[in-house]
Ligand binder design. Structure first.
Ligand code: ADP
Ligand code: MG
Length: 214
């Protein structure tokens, strides 16, 4: 049995066509089913449905053989025990620094101001501002970072941006890109050795599917 860990929403939706090209069709829709373990059209492949930020943990400990996780999540996790063979080029967005309209971020940085930054990406934010020599107090949030500057919790946020419409709706502007983000295939290193025969064809199918999608 091969177990693939996926999160609902964007990752699942954008993975479906790749799975289809690999000949794997889920037997249930995780958006409507309450099941957390979902069989597929291939008896030897099952899906487990996990929170996006938990995906690397399931794969690291071998509870899942493979998983699909955003680069954002992988950087926070650290990648221990994970083989990351493939950028699937799905769920693409950018990790950005954003501030309220009218806040002069460049000037604050030039003046060496100490900034309060709200984010769920503590590791990545710490590394980014550290490398730039910007002094920050990081405030850990678990969601809706956009709210923080509007109510005085923070001067700035670090969040994922795709269209920018959430930022605009909350009078925020992106002022700095930290890194481009997309979802990656991750594989448990031990599972790859022990179950190479079963896992490799799936890896190859993912590689082909990504290539074919340009
Ligand atoms: P959660 O709310 O549990 O963090 P999401 O479905 O919002 O889960 O995000 C799952 C993954 O999708 C993220 O880790 C990231 O890699 C990607 N992602 C998040 N926001 C966006 C976005 N605006 N555009 C594209 N991909 C995104
Ligand atoms: Mg979200």
């Amino acid at each position: 049995m091969i177990t693939l860990a996926l999160s609902k929403g964007r990752i699942f939706d954008e993975t479906l066509p790749l799975l289809e090209q690999a000949g794997v069709r889920p037997l249930e829709n995780p958006e409507t089913s309450r099941k957390l373990i979902i069989g597929t059209s291939r008896a030897e492949v099952r899906l487990i449905i996990v929170r996006a930020s938990d995906t690397p943990t399931y794969v690291q400990y071998g509870a899942a053989d493979l998983g699909i996780a955003g680069k954002d999540v992988l950087l926070e996790h650290g990648g221990a025990g994970l083989y990351q063979p493939l950028d699937l080029r799905i769920a693409a967005c950018r990790m950005m620094v954003a501030v309220p309209q009218g806040f002069d971020y460049a000037r604050a940085v030039r003046q060496g101001a100490r900034l309060r930054v709200a984010t769920k990406y503590l590791q990545t934010a710490r590394e980014h501002f550290g490398a730039k020599g910007v002094h920050v107090d990081l405030i850990k949030l678990y969601g809706s970072m956009e709210l923080a500057p509007l109510v005085g919790l923070a001067d700035a946020i670090v969040d994922l941006v795709s269209t920018g419409s959430t930022l605009r709706a909350n009078n925020l502007v992106a002022v700095e890109e930290i890194l481009p983000v997309s979802a990656r295939l991750i594989v448990n290193q031990a599972a790859l050795k022990l179950k190479r025969g079963a896992i490799q064809p799936l890896l190859d199918a993912f590689v082909r599917a990504v290539d074919e999608n340009g």
